[in-house]
Design a protein. Structure first.
Lengths: 488, 276
């Protein structure tokens, strides 16, 4: 009796299993099939609008190819789809993803893919291990929503990743993210070359630097040039921005920051939880984050790794340009720029009481000393070597603005600038300056000639005729100095 | 390699071979012999050593100085028509077999290129027809570890970096190839690096030991963390890449960047013929 009922239970269980298998298979077969739109960086495929699962076919091709990691610096990248990072994949939670990996016949090496969005051993690595000139396929169900890194996992895995083999797959949750005006795709990576940053020509991978975790390049989207100048990300004032940010590594953790913006929302670690009002978000190697912000005023916003030496010395810089009007209520631009003398204030006051140039006195000899005059009157702003301060005080050293006027027929404008100061926007060596230069008082014509001779013959400046006291006097007469004549 | 002492007999053997190669001997002929005697020695491959084991002994064998050329392979298919491109059994080679030939012949000018688009079965049949066999992975790695001046240069960073730089660049099919021949290494063997990948007799066995029961806990997966467990030298990326490459292959695969050379247990007829 007991034996019979056991048999019965077994038979029923078997029937149930068969029914379940049949229905599962039926459900899989009935899924609508669609081909995924896979986009190259910095583009993101459009949001998925369907509300039910599909069978999504994703095709990736591994391509080994040389590219530019920085200006004039070539590196052989190993890529998913010909770009670093590889193509952006977008699916929806519950989708069944059929992943095809092709390894181009011109490639030298076997490759595979481990997607962090996969539940299952190796994330697909073993199932997609593919020799050059071959292709493979595996299928997984996207069980967890979120933003995931994918990468090659072939030994030596660190080298495959260090050569650019990573990208992002976004598994959209059932409740999609709110619409925005622009979605961008940015992935940071560290690179290891034999030669230091910026050495031109083809650069080979350095195994030792990689093992030591001493990158020579840290860049967004595979190149220091990927999103600067004409390649900058473009948007308009008022736009809402969403950036899907990944960190391919292989070694470094990113302190992702956008200069001049505050992230309104961060889906930290690429998950479902959010944090608001974030300045810098940490992105681990092999991890991600989704950041959102609104462009409230115009300008160029810089995407950086706030481990700043990577930005300034290793290439971790990208640009987002917001076209449109400046919104002064939010950001005024520079409202004030005037001299702050600090400890120099006392000396300056003394100088005004004793109009005879200090330099002329201290120089001892009768002829004024241009170098000393410059040090006492000009170097506070234009700096000791005439190099200026970028964006604040224009340079005099090798300055096109200065030397164009110093080599003109009529050079009275330079006398005018010294005597009356200068206000308004000027461009020097391609950089814009919009500051106020205050008049320099207390200089004789001989002093002005001496200081002009000094600045037009120093720091590599050449080509100007010598200034004479007579020329300065004529210039002063011509412009009608508002500062008044100096005491002779 | 366990040390200089282990090398003394090997060097003597090499010297012996050179001594025997006096006037008239093929080994001293211009351009060198087609086949070179490799002295016995000890070698620590990247994979396969047991815990506490420092090396495997490698018996002396003979090895083709250069990869098998297309001209040599054409002579083989002429003599063994079952290996012609249009007659080969699909069980032994995939559809790309010899696809970069002009019918039965290599393209003009490519006769001395290494043969590619050949399967493991085809390579094995070729070597058997020469009275030889494919080298084992251990033998291949043992010889390929030699730089020009060192029998085992696996610890020489510059040597490994040079190999790695070649691995890092795409193959580009025949565009990336040239006629065989190049700088001989310590053993007098050429083109082990910088030309084509080469079939070995046990190309896909890097995680299988002689005793299958011991394999239970070993992963054949060559990925991520699994790749380094059991590796003898975790910083020998060049060797990792070779083992990964071999593991990605199937015996019927034919690739544009995989060729082969033959090994022999005793002095082959080819040795007596002299240069290739």
């Amino acid at each position: 009796m007991q034996h019979r009922s056991l048999t019965k239970i077994l038979a029923r269980s078997l029937a149930l299993v068969i029914w379940m298998l049949a229905t599962t298979a039926g459900a899989e077969e009935s899924l609508p099939v669609e081909k995924a739109i896979v986009t190259a960086p910095p583009n993101v495929p459009p949001p998925i609008t369907r509300t039910t699962p599909a069978r999504v076919v994703v095709e990736l091709e591994v391509i080994e190819k040389p590219g530019m990691i920085a200006d004039g610096v070539e590196y052989t990248f190993w890529t998913f789809g010909g770009t670093v990072p590889g193509g952006f994949i977008r699916v929806r939670v519950g989708d069944t993803v059929e992943l095809h990996l092709a390894n181009h016949p011109d490639n030298k090496l076997p490759h595979n893919i481990d997607l962090h969005a996969v539940t299952g051993p190796g994330g697909g690595a073993a199932s997609t291990f593919t020799a050059p000139g071959h292709k493979s396929r595996f299928t997984f169900k996207a069980l967890n929503p979120g933003l995931y890194i994918y990468h090659c996992a072939t030994a030596p895995v660190g080298m495959h990743v260090a050569n650019g083999m990573y990208g992002l797959i976004y598994v959209q949750s059932e409740k999609p993210l709110p619409p925005v005006d622009h979605e961008f795709y940015v992935v940071q990576g560290d690179f290891y070359t034999d030669q230091p940053f910026g050495v031109k020509g083809h650069q080979a991978f350095s195994m030792q630097r990689a093992i030591d975790e001493h990158p020579s390049y840290v860049v967004f989207n595979g190149s220091a040039l990927s999103m600067v100048g004409d390649q900058a990300l473009q948007a308009k004032v008022g736009d809402r921005i969403r950036i899907f940010v990944g960190n391919g590594g292989p070694n470094l953790v990113s302190s992702f920051h956008v200069i001049g913006e505050i992230f309104d929302t961060v889906y930290f670690e690429g998950g479902q939880k959010t944090q608001n009002d974030v300045q810098t978000t940490l992105i681990p190697a092999g991890g991600s984050a989704i950041v959102e912000f609104k462009l409230d005023t115009n300008g160029t916003y810089l995407l950086v790794d706030h481990s700043l030496l990577r930005t300034f010395n290793k290439g971790a810089l990208a640009m987002l340009k917001a076209e449109g009007e400046q919104v002064a209520a939010i950001y005024s631009g520079k409202e004030l720029d005037e001299m702050y003398l600090g400890d120099e204030a006392v000396a300056s006051a003394l100088r005004k009481k004793h109009p005879t140039p200090l330099a002329a006195k201290t120089a001892g000899a009768g002829a004024p000393d241009g170098r000393t005059l410059f040090a006492n009157n000009c170097a506070m702003c234009h700096q000791a070597e005439g190099q200026g301060l970028e964006g604040v005080f224009p340079p005099l050293a090798k300055a096109d603005y200065l030397m164009a006027r110093a080599t003109a027929d009529d050079r009275s404008e330079l006398v005018d600038i010294i005597l009356n100061g200068k206000t308004g926007r000027i461009t020097v060596n391609g950089n814009d300056y919009n500051a106020v230069m205050t008049p320099v008082s207390g200089l004789s014509d001989a002093d002005i000639a001496a200081v002009l001779n000094f600045v037009t013959t120093s720091w590599g400046n050449t080509g100007a005729r010598p200034f004479t006291t007579e020329e300065v006097a004529q210039g002063r007469a011509k412009i009608g100095s508002k500062a008044g004549a100096a005491t002779p | 390699m366990t040390g200089a002492a282990a090398w003394a007999p090997a060097l003597l053997l090499l010297a012996g071979a050179a001594g025997a190669a006096l006037p008239g001997s093929t080994a001293a002929a211009a351009g060198g012999a087609a086949v070179v005697r490799i002295p016995a020695g000890d070698f620590a491959p990247l994979f396969g050593l047991d815990k506490g084991q420092e090396s495997f002994p490698v018996a002396s064998f003979w090895l083709d100085r250069r990869p098998v050329t297309r001209a040599l392979y054409a002579a083989f298919t002429a003599a063994h028509p079952e290996w012609r491109h249009d007659a080969v059994n699909g069980l032994y080679a995939d559809a790309q077999y010899l696809k970069n030939w002009d019918g039965d012949r290599p393209h003009a000018g490519q006769e001395d290129y290494p043969v590619t688009y050949v399967s493991w079965f085809a390579a094995t049949a070729y070597c058997r027809a020469q009275g030889g066999r494919l080298p084992s992975t251990l033998e291949w790695e043992y010889v390929a570890a030699a730089s020009r001046t060192q029998p085992d240069a696996t610890g020489d960073r510059a040597f490994v970096a040079g190999i790695l730089d070649w691995y890092a660049r795409p193959s580009r099919g025949d565009l990336g190839l040239a006629p065989v021949g190049g700088d001989p290494n310590f053993f007098g063997i050429e083109n082990l690096h910088g030309s084509v990948w080469e079939w070995t007799s046990d190309f896909n066995s890097s995680f299988i030991t002689a005793d299958n029961r011991a394999d239970g806990d070993r992963s054949r997966d060559f990925f991520c963390g699994n790749g380094v467990t059991g590796a003898a030298r975790r910083d020998d990326y060049a060797a990792f890449i070779r083992y990964a490459m071999r593991s990605s292959l199937g015996a019927t695969f034919t690739l544009g960047n995989v060729g082969f050379r033959c090994a022999y247990d005793r002095a082959p007829a080819a040795y007596e013929r002299g240069t290739s």
